[in-house]
Ligand binder design. Structure first.
Ligand SMILES: Nc1ncnc2c1ncn2[C@@H]1O[C@H](COP(=O)(O)OP(=O)(O)OP(=O)(O)O)[C@@H](O)[C@H]1O
Length: 612
C-alpha cells in the first residue's frame, strides 16, 4: 500500500516489543467491542422485548458495564503505547539529526541554510509524532477489529456481512488516492517551512548589513513571500484533509444507511430475522465503519508525517554522504570546532560507536613529522584546484602559508588539519597517511585558532574550559587565560570569569575572541597548532599580547600559520608560497626573496603597507 521511509522502518524495528503489545491490545479491544455489542443487544432484548424483571438482568448489566470499562481501558492503552513509540522515535531521530550535524564534514556544514536545518531538526521531527502516536495504533486496530466484526456479522446475518464487505473497500481506496496527494503536498509544505525559517534566520543575522545597504524592505518582502508560500502549502493540505473527511463521512453514512434499510426490510417486511440479531448487527455496523473512518483520518496524518520524515531523511543523506574525513568514518565539526568537537567524539567512542584505529603518537607532547604528499583538491568539478607537490614539515617547525587572497591558503590549512579530504595524494603524519589515524586521537593533538572563533552561549570560564575536553579546575582555566593574555579582560568583565558571553550574553571583540581561542589551546597543549592570523589590524598592544602568547604556545609544537604579518613571515622556519592554488615553492624568507620574483613582489607590497 505504501513504501515506508527507511528511517521509519528503522524506528519500527527498534520498537518491536511495543508493536507486539499494540497487536495484543487491538485484538483484545476487538473482542471487547463485539462483547459490548452482544451484551447490549441481549440486555435490550431481555428488558424491552421479553419484559424481564430488573433483578434477572442485573448480572447482564454488570457484565455490560465491565465490557465498557475494559474497552475504554484498552483504547487508552493503545493510545498510550502509540505515544510511547512516538516519544522514543522522536528522541532517536533528533539524536540522529544532531549527531549527523555535529559529525558532518566542513563543506557540508557550510552548505544550506542554518534556519532550514533547525526547522527540520525541530518541526519536521515533531511532525513524525502522529505516524507513531496515531497512524500505527489506528492501522493496527483497522487490521484486526473490522475483520473480527465482519466475522461476527456474517455469523449473525450474511446479507449485512456482504453489504459491509462490498462497501468497506471504498474507504481504503479513497484513502490511498488522497494519501498519495497529501504526501507530496506535505513534502512541499516542509520545503516551504525550511525555506521560510532559513530566510528568517538569515535576515535576523544580517539585519545590520541589510539596513546599511538599504535592503531591509526588500528582505521584508522576501520573508512575506516565503511566509505566504508556506501558508498556501498548509492550506493546500487542509483543503485535502477537509475534502477527505467529507467524502469519508458520506461513504460511511451511505453504507450504514444501506445496512439499516436491509435490516429493517428483513425484520419488518419479511419477518425473517429476530430483533436480537438485527439490533446486534445494527450496533456493530457503525463500529465497523467508524474504525475504518478513523483509519482514514489517521492515514492522512500518517502521510503528512511521512512527508516530514522524508525531509529529515534527505537531510541525513546529504550530510552523511559527504561527511568522510580524517579516518574515513563520518566527519567532524566546523573549522573552529576542532577543540569543541573532541568531547562529543570521545563520548561517542566511549559508547563504542567509533572505530578504533592507530593513535597519533605514543608521546603526545612530541610534535609529529608531516609530509604533504602530492595533495590535490577541488571543492567542485571545474572549480578552484589546489596542488602541493611533496613537502616535508619537520617536527616543531613554524610554518607560514602565504599568498594572495584566494590563492588557497585556508584550503591548504584545512587539508593539513584533515578537515578536508584530498582527492588524491595524502598528508603523511609520522610516515602514516592521516586517513589511517583515529580521528579523536588526531584532533586531541591539534588546535585551530581561526580568525573568528566560535563563542558558545555560556560563561567566559566555560568557553575556555571547552578546550580541555576534560574536567578542569578553575585555577587551570585562570592560568590558561593568563597565558593567553586574557586575565585583564576577565578582570574588567562585570562578573569576571562568570560573565555570560556568546549569544544572549556579552559580546567580545575580535582580538578577545582570538585570545579566548588561544586560552582554549593552552588548556589543550596541542602538538600541532593551526593559526589563521588576523587580517584586520589589531591595536599594537593586543597584537603584542597575541604574538607573545602564540610564541609561548608554539614552543613545543609544530605551528602552521596562514600568515599576513611581515613579522610572522620573516620569522617562519619555512614558508609555503601559494599562487592560484599551486604550492609554488617553500623555503625561508631570504631564500624565497632571492629566487622567487612573485614572492619578492608580494613582500614589497606588504612593506609599502599593502598599497601596490
Ligand atoms: N567551500 C568552498 N566551496 C567552493 N569554493 C571554495 C570554498 N571555499 C573556498 N573556495 C574557493 O577556493 C579558493 C581558495 O580559497 P581559500 O579560502 O583557500 O583562499 P585564501 O588564500 O585562504 O584566501 P584569503 O586570504 O582571502 O582568505 C577561492 O577561489 C575560493 O573562492
Amino acid at each position: 500500500m505504501k513504501r515506508k521511509t527507511s528511517l521509519i522502518s528503522q524506528q519500527m524495528s527498534s520498537q518491536r516489543k511495543r508493536l507486539v503489545l499494540l497487536t495484543v491490545i487491538s485484538l483484545a479491544l476487538g473482542i471487547a467491542i463485539v462483547s459490548q455489542a452482544a451484551l447490549l443487544a441481549e440486555a435490550v432484548q431481555r428488558i424491552f422485548v421479553e419484559k424481564a424483571s430488573l433483578s434477572s438482568v442485573v448480572m447482564l448489566l454488570g457484565l455490560l458495564l465491565a465490557a465498557m470499562v475494559v474497552r475504554t481501558g484498552l483504547s487508552y492503552g493503545n493510545g498510550k503505547v502509540g505515544l510511547l513509540m512516538a516519544a522514543s522515535a522522536k528522541t532517536n531521530m533528533r539524536a540522529g539529526v544532531l549527531q549527523n550535524l555535529t559529525h558532518a564534514s566542513m563543506p557540508s556544514t557550510l552548505r544550506g541554510q542554518t534556519g532550514g536545518k533547525v526547522s527540520i531538526a525541530l518541526d519536521a521531527v515533531d511532525e513524525a509524532d502522529s505516524y507513531f502516536s496515531l497512524y500505527m495504533p489506528r492501522m493496527m486496530e483497522a487490521a484486526i477489529i473490522p475483520i473480527l466484526i465482519l466475522i461476527v456479522t456474517f455469523m449473525q446475518h450474511a446479507n449485512s456481512g456482504f453489504i459491509m464487505l462490498f462497501t468497506a473497500p471504498f474507504i481504503p481506496l479513497f484513502m490511498i488516492l488522497v494519501g498519495l496527494k497529501t504526501k507530496n503536498k506535505s513534502e512541499e509544505k516542509y520545503a516551504q517551512l525550511a525555506e521560510f525559517s532559513g530566510t528568517f534566520l538569515d535576515s535576523l543575522q544580517g539585519l545590520v548589513t541589510l539596513k546599511i545597504f538599504g535592503r531591509a524592505h526588500r528582505q521584508q518582502k522576501k520573508i512575506e513571500r516565503s511566509s505566504l508560500d508556506y501558508r498556501d502549502a498548509t492550506m493546500g493540505i487542509l483543503r485535502i484533509a477537509f475534502t477527505n473527511t467529507f467524502m469519508l463521512e458520506s461513504i460511511v453514512m451511505l453504507s450504514i444507511g444501506i445496512v439499516a434499510l436491509e435490516l429493517a426490510i428483513q425484520l419488518l417486511v419479511f419477518k425473517s430475522m429476530s430483533f436480537h440479531t438485527a439490533f446486534l448487527v445494527l450496533l456493530l455496523v457503525p463500529e465497523f465503519y467508524s474504525l475504518l473512518k478513523n483509519t482514514g483520518t489517521a492515514f492522512h496524518s500518517g502521510r503528512t508525517s511521512m512527508g516530514a520524515v522524508r525531509k529529515v531523511e534527505q537531510m541525513l543523506e546529504t550530510t552523511a554522504g559527504e561527511s568522510k574525513s580524517v579516518d574515513g568514518k563520518e566527519g567532524l565539526g566546523t573549522s573552529d570546532g576542532i577543540d569543541e568537537v573532541d568531547s562529543m567524539d570521545r563520548m561517542e567512542r566511549e559508547n563504542g560507536i567509533g572505530t578504533l584505529q592507530m593513535d597519533i603518537s605514543n608521546d603526545s607532547s612530541m610534535p609529529p613529522s608531516m609530509i604533504l604528499n602530492h595533495l590535490r583538491f577541488r571543492y567542485a568539478p571545474e572549480s578552484f584546484e589546489l596542488e602541493t607537490g611533496r613537502v616535508q614539515l619537520e617536527p616543531g617547525e613554524h610554518i607560514a602559508i602565504v599568498g594572495k587572497s584566494g590563492s588557497g591558503k585556508t584550503t591548504l590549512l584545512h587539508l593539513i588539519a584533515g578537515l578536508l579530504k584530498p582527492a588524491s595524494g595524502e598528508v603523511l603524519v609520522n610516515g602514516q597517511p592521516l586517513s589511517d589515524y583515529n580521528e579523536t586521537a588526531w584532533f586531541e593533538q591539534v588546535s585551530y585558532i581561526t580568525q573568528h572563533p566560535y563563542i558558545f552561549a555560556g560563561t567566559f570560564a566555560e568557553n575556555i574550559a571547552i578546550g580541555a575536553g576534560r574536567n578542569v579546575s578553575r585555577t587551570e582555566i585562570e592560568q590558561a587565560a593568563e597565558d593567553a593574555g586574557l586575565a585583564e579582560v576577565a578582570a574588567q568583565l562585570e562578573q569576571g570569569f562568570d560573565t555570560l558571553v556568546g549569544e544572549g550574553g556579552r559580546g567580545l571583540s575580535g582580538g578577545e575572541k582570538q585570545r579566548l581561542a588561544l586560552a582554549r589551546a593552552f588548556l589543550k597543549r596541542p602538538s600541532i597548532i593551526l593559526f589563521d592570523e588576523p587580517t584586520v589590524g589589531l591595536d599594537l598592544r593586543t597584537e603584542q599580547i597575541l604574538q607573545r602568547s602564540i610564541a609561548k604556545l608554539a614552543k613545543s609544537a609544530t605551528m602552521i600559520t596562514v600568515a599576513h604579518r611581515l613579522y610572522t613571515i620573516q620569522h617562519a622556519d619555512r614558508i609555503l608560497f601559494m599562487d592560484q592554488g599551486v604550492l609554488v615553492d617553500t623555503g625561508r624568507h631570504e631564500e624565497l626573496l632571492k629566487r622567487l620574483p612573485a614572492y619578492a613582489e608580494m613582500i614589497d607590497v606588504q612593506r609599502k603597507g599593502g598599497l601596490a
